[in-house]
Design a protein around this ligand. Structure first.
Ligand SMILES: *[C@@H]1O[C@H](CO)[C@@H](O)[C@H](O)[C@H]1NC(C)=O
Ligand SMILES: *[C@@H]1O[C@H](CO)[C@@H](O)[C@H](O)[C@H]1NC(C)=O
Ligand SMILES: *[C@@H]1O[C@H](CO)[C@@H](O)[C@H](O)[C@H]1NC(C)=O
Length: 199
């Protein structure tokens, strides 16, 4: 009886000792992890659930309305010389342009183009485009694609790099092709075909 009590106590003692040693040694290991290992390490793509890379084609119409009750853009900056420039050099415009499924501005909205375009050329209408396509449609709702490129607006087809994305478009890369569909002094409709690799 006494000896079994003793054994029980000593096994509890050894158990506590064992876990103390384990936790102390793991602390020591954590301590020995170098700063660089804490900061960065190689991982497998499966760690992020990444499977096969896919190629998607998105097609929509972009509406840029520069004035009036339904304006979707605002000029946020310009140089003192901008209004004397035949190419509006220096004008910088913030847009929140709806993206629709059909050319009609009142057709279903699939997202918005939010960002900046700036008149970046002294000799033609070449814009610096810095924008996010923020999608709201179906499985794309909440996902974005980021575009950074040159848009020579009078060319029939303009191509801009897609430099990244979020949500379903994580790790995205690809390109967007823009074609002016209709153009009035206040409302420009642009057809976009976007091709992106993503997971
Ligand atoms: C603004 O948009 C509404 C809805 O599409 C349209 O009925 C109206 O004519 C537009 N107003 C102007 C000034 O374009
Ligand atoms: C330049 O022209 C724009 C558009 O007409 C106007 O809003 C802006 O006030 C003008 N800027 C200057 C400095 O005259
Ligand atoms: C997109 O997601 C937002 C936030 O989760 C939600 O409020 C909205 O209704 C969704 N839109 C569509 C078109 O599904």
């Amino acid at each position: 009886m006494a000896s079994s009590m003793l054994t029980k106590h000593s096994s509890i003692f050894f158990l506590i000792l064992f876990f103390t040693i384990i936790s102390l040694s793991s602390l020591a290991i954590a301590d020995h992890q170098s700063d660089s290992e804490v900061f960065s390490k190689y991982i497998s793509p499966s760690f992020l659930g990444l499977k096969k890379e896919k190629l998607s084609h998105l097609h929509f119409y972009f509406h840029d309305i520069i004035s009036g009750k339904n304006a979707t853009t605002v000029r946020v900056a310009e140089a003192p010389s901008t209004n004397r420039s035949s190419t509006f050099f220096g004008a910088t415009v913030m847009m929140d342009d709806p993206l629709t499924i059909k050319p009609d501005v009142n057709s279903k909205i699939v997202g918005r183009a939010q960002g900046i375009y700036a008149f970046a050329s002294q000799s033609d209408f070449s814009l610096l485009m810095v924008l996010n396509f923020a999608f709201t449609e179906g499985k794309y709702n909440g996902s974005t694609l980021s575009v950074l490129g040159r848009n020579k607006v009078l060319s029939a087809v303009r191509e801009m790099p897609v430099v990244g994305g979020s949500g379903v478009f994580r790790f995205a890369r690809g390109y967007a092709q823009a074609r002016t569909y209709t153009n009035t002094p206040i409302h420009t409709t642009v057809e976009y075909n976007v091709y992106v690799f993503h997971y």
